[in-house]
Design a protein around this ligand. Structure first.
Ligand code: SF4
Ligand SMILES: [Zn+2]
Ligand SMILES: [Zn+2]
Length: 387
């Protein structure tokens, strides 16, 4: 049978018939970290595949395995979620995902049906799934896509997001970083004290805030999932970065004119989000961003997945325990949103007040953009000008 492995993509031939679990073992693949897809449907590790079958093994970095009958209807399961000690058929899995999103929204009072919501959509599985879920649940959710200028990767993700918006007849705002701000993410490589991922994250946050403010959105929603949040927390705990821990919330209240920020997928793992997309037929960018190399969060995800493999539920206990028992009590008065905010002298958006009162406040985005544009100008042998 043909086995298509992704990230990096390669095709292997394996003699059949064979159990999916045995095929994975042959490639030393931890079943917890992948989805296996046959003829457009998910299959579990006990299914036996014929010699002429074609399998796709899609990495998702997460946990799973267990009984192969749906927890609700006892039909054939398409996915197991070990954390819940449950397996689901396609229909009940979608119900499970919606239930978790509903729980997140209600528990943290993230949004109401009157709110106008802006979803940051990158073309990846999480953000597209989030937009799809919110629209299906009846929320007034529009999308925002930021063109990062990362070659074919950005072109493809931009097309996927635009196609999804058109198919759903949904409103999509598109901002091109180079066109609007005079630089793209590849230009930001080689900058002192800031990785390209750092510049990328800062740019995303800034443009997201800006579009939300200019268009009067009440809520900004991002596709951060359980794996993202648990990995972030682990990174912060390992270095005892308490100011970051104070700010690590799944629902930040509005402040300084900026809309509320929420993460409705924090109760769902990466693997669940990838499965949701496959089941719902949502096309998303499977390939990693080519600039991901410097992203340390991936190492924390790997470490947590190792723990999850032997102790399912560890990730959720780690994150939910923090949110319920530490964040809401120990950091309740930290009020990071309550820092004194003033208008940036460059762009007018809220930023923190400088310590020295005689210095004009300039936000981190304006400062960084100036450095990126200047260093690109030096590389090109031209004098940089602000667009
Ligand atoms: S991997 Fe880094 S550069 Fe690529 S999209 Fe993510 S943050 Fe941006
Ligand atoms: Zn079912
Ligand atoms: Zn600014």
């Amino acid at each position: 049978m043909k086995v298509v492995l992704r990230n990096p993509s390669r095709t292997e031939v394996v003699a059949g018939p064979a159990r999916v679990g045995d095929v994975l073992a042959r490639f030393a693949i931890n079943p917890e970290t992948v989805l296996v897809i046959h003829a457009g449907e998910l299959v579990t590790k006990d299914v036996v595949m014929a010699d002429d079958a074609e399998l796709e093994v899609r990495p998702v970095i997460s946990g799973g395995a267990g009984p192969a009958r749906c927890h609700q209807c006892h039909g054939t399961a398409v996915i197991e979620v070990r954390r819940h000690n449950a397996a689901y058929c396609a229909e009940h899995f979608v119900d499970h995902v919606r239930t978790q999103v509903r729980e997140a929204i209600d528990r943290h009072r993230m949004m109401s049906y009157d709110d106008r919501i802006l979803v940051a959509v990158s073309g990846g599985k999480d953000s597209l799934a989030l937009w799809d879920l919110l629209l299906d649940m009846g929320y007034r959710a529009d999308g925002l896509y930021l063109g990062l200028g990362i070659g074919e990767y950005s072109d493809y993700s931009g097309r996927l997001v635009a196609d999804y918006a058109a198919a759903r007849d949904a409103t999509l705002h598109t901002v091109d970083l180079a066109g609007e701000y005079g630089y793209d993410i590849p230009t930001a490589t080689g900058l002192r004290n800031r990785s390209s991922c750092g510049v990328c994250g800062l740019s995303k946050r800034y443009v997201f805030n800006r579009v939300a403010l200019e268009h009067g959105y009440d809520v900004m929603a991002t596709g951060h999932n359980l794996d993202d949040e648990a990995a972030q927390l682990l990174g912060n705990v390992l270095r005892w970065q308490t100011p970051f821990m104070a700010r690590q919330s799944v629902a930040l209240p509005d402040s300084g004119g900026l809309a509320r920020k929420v993460k409705p997928l924090y109760r769902l793992g990466e693997r669940e989000m990838a499965a949701y997309c496959v089941i719902r037929g949502l096309e998303y960018v499977v390939e990693e961003c080519p600039m991901v190399g410097g992203n340390t969060v991936l190492r924390y995800k790997d470490a947590l997945n190792e723990l999850e493999r032997t102790s399912p539920g560890t990730k959720a206990q780690f994150l939910f325990g923090f949110l319920d028992r530490v964040q809401s009590t120990h950091f309740a008065n930290a009020d990071p949103a309550g820092e004194q905010l003033v208008a940036c002298s460059g762009c007018g958006l809220p930023t923190t007040r400088p310590r020295q009162t005689d210095i004009a406040p300039v936000c981190a985005f304006c400062r960084t953009r100036e450095r990126v544009v200047a260093s690109a100008g030096r590389r090109d042998g031209v004098t940089a000008t602000r667009p």
